[in-house]
Design a protein around this ligand. Structure first.
Ligand code: AMP
Ligand code: MG
Length: 538
């Protein structure tokens, strides 16, 4: 099928109205996002919307009308409850959808077999004229391929729908940018099923107490039934993996920069003000204090992610879920398939370095200066006491338990370090638990700063949680000597351990400070003192 690209002149809108009356599909601009419209009372036409979008048939559509009186005139609902009238008066035309008991004329395709129907009067003049000139109520979901970010320009619609629908009306960029707030008044207490520009607070000011459905902000458990079928699907997602990162601007910027330093497949989705301080490729999503602009830009930003060459993971700065932020968070958490990284609230010094260089000694000297030290080794020992970790290790490496049920650490190490694949497996099993234990201990610690003492700081990705990184290095000969006396191991084993580590230039490049431990304990103490003073003191 050849898709017709129309302007928003009356002549073109009349053409689109004809297409709709003939049972065709037209993408139309609304103030929220572009909608993919069909005659709402023609089940066959509506069915084609699902085909064009690849939308599951159990996900109902919103019916759009141009006048409040159309609802009665076309018998769209069984009755209009008082609260619906109040909401309509306050917010229509506008980005609010109201769910009511449906009228008998509503085809099953529109309501997906539910006994309710969702109704909205959009404020966009082009949508308005299309409905007025066609005389139709229009069923219209967002005009994107199911699962992708919703379209906020005619260009986005073309990217997804070219050749699949009869026509697109270009009405410019949508001003709101996220879909309507959906509220049901078919329940005893009205309930928000999807947040949008019109907030809970604004609605409560009109009709009093309402609820927000649990699925708006939370992942549904497998056995939970969605009140709005659309809530259960992964949604709004670019091809690249999106992960939300929750933390202050400063922490977020440091996080992304450190992640990018190690992995060039990383990109950022950030507020305008932060872009210039981020070294990774960025898409911006509006000014940090302008939630309306963020809403307007959100879907364009999510689509822009896939235009960045070579990107595999996007770290998006997580918005607060208050006010309009609820709508942003709701979309972004779905784009991220509910994957969130919480950055520590404490300020963190990552302490790492080459084996045998004296990292533990530095940790001790830092602790002496009053800095709480969280040890990754201790966390790792704790992690392997966890039953689910032990089970996963047995699944990966065979029976690695001692008769008393505790982990046989020697046997585990033997298998796990026998090949790079096994080492990666070990890390994948243990690192999340180790990280959780360390974060927990950090939050329990007194004071503003904590030290993460971790030889595998970079390998584990914990470097991204650190405000500052201090590395300890020493001459190879010295390190070998220390390992011989400390661990009583031979040169072959020493060489093997050293060969799997990063070299000194890597530690230097990735650190905010480097301690050279080639001298006496007194010299080391002075070096640590200097660093603590320089980095940690305000
Ligand atoms: P979209 O078509 O992309 O704007 O999505 C419409 C949203 O409204 C989806 O999340 C639907 O699940 C929801 N919706 C439409 N009708 C109903 C209804 N009768 N009951 C509950 N949710 C509905
Ligand atoms: Mg949609």
């Amino acid at each position: 099928m050849k898709t017709l690209y129309l302007s928003n002149t009356t002549e073109d809108i009349l053409k689109a109205a004809d297409i709709l009356r003939d049972g065709g599909l037209v993408a139309m601009p609304t103030e929220t996002v572009y909608g993919l419209a069909a005659n709402a009372l023609d089940g066959d036409a509506v069915r084609r919307i699902f085909e064009a979008k690849g939308r599951p048939m159990d996900n109902p559509l919103i019916v759009h009308v141009s006048e409040f009186s159309d609802i009665d005139r076309l018998h769209l609902v069984a009755e209009i409850p008082e609260k619906a009238r109040s909401l309509a008066e306050a917010f229509w035309p506008g980005p609010l959808t109201i769910i009511m008991k449906k009228g008998a004329v509503i085809p099953d395709e529109v309501s997906a077999g539910l006994d309710t129907v969702a109704i909205r009067i959009p404020s966009h003049p082009d949508a308005h004229r299309l409905m007025a000139l066609s005389g139709l109520a229009l069923a219209a979901p967002s005009a994107n391929t199911s699962g992708k970010p919703s379209p906020t320009t005619a260009g986005h619609v073309r990217d997804d729908m070219d050749g699949r629908i009869e026509a697109v009306i270009d009405g410019g960029a949508c001003s709101v940018g996220v879909e309507s707030t959906v509220i049901t008044v078919a329940t005893d207490i009205p309930r928000i099923l999807r947040p949008g520009l019109i907030t809970r607070e604004e609605i409560e000011a009109v009709i009093g107490h309402i609820e927000v459905d649990r699925a708006v902000l939370n992942k549904l458990e497998n056995n939970e039934k969605a009140a709005s079928p659309g809530m259960k699907y992964k949604h709004y997602a670019p091809k690249a993996r999106v992960i939300l990162v929750r933390g202050t601007d400063e922490k977020y910027i440091t996080f992304v920069n450190r992640a990018y330093a190690r992995d060039k497949g990383v990109a950022a989705m950030c507020y305008d003000e932060d872009a210039s301080r981020i070294s990774a490729p960025c898409v911006t999503m509006g000014g940090m204090n302008d939630e309306k602009q963020q809403a307007q830009e959100l879907f364009d930003a999510l689509r822009a992610v896939d235009t960045i060459e070579g990107v595999s993971t996007v770290y998006a700065h997580c918005p607060s879920a208050e006010g309009v932020g609820m709508a942003l968070y709701n979309r972004m958490i779905r784009a991220a398939a509910f994957e969130v990284i919480d950055l520590p609230k404490k300020r963190v010094i990552g302490l790492t370095g080459q084996t045998g260089a004296g990292k533990s000694e530095v940790a001790r000297l830092m602790a002496e200066r009053g800095l709480p030290v969280v040890s990754a080794d201790a966390a790792a020992r704790k992690a392997v006491e966890d039953e689910s970790v032990k089970r996963a290790l047995c699944d990966a490496f065979g029976d690695v338990l001692l008769p008393d049920g505790s982990l046989d650490r020697r046997k585990t190490a033997e298998v796990a370090f026998s090949s790079p694949e096994n080492t990666a497996k070990l890390n994948a099993i243990t690192h999340p638990k180790i990280r959780a234990i360390m974060l927990d201990e950090a939050e329990q610690a007194a004071g503003e700063w904590v030290v993460f003492d971790a030889s595998q700081l970079f390998e584990s990705g914990e470097d991204t949680l650190c405000d500052l990184i201090v590395s300890v290095v020493a001459d190879r000969k010295l390190r070998m000597e220390r390992l011989r006396t400390r661990d009583g191991i031979g040169d072959e084993e020493i060489a093997r351990r050293m060969s799997v580590q990063y070299d000194e230039s890597f530690f230097r490049a990735m650190s905010d400070a480097v301690i050279e431990n080639n001298g006496t304990v007194g010299a080391l103490d002075r070096a640590v003192g200097n660093i603590c003073e320089r980095l940690v003191s305000p």
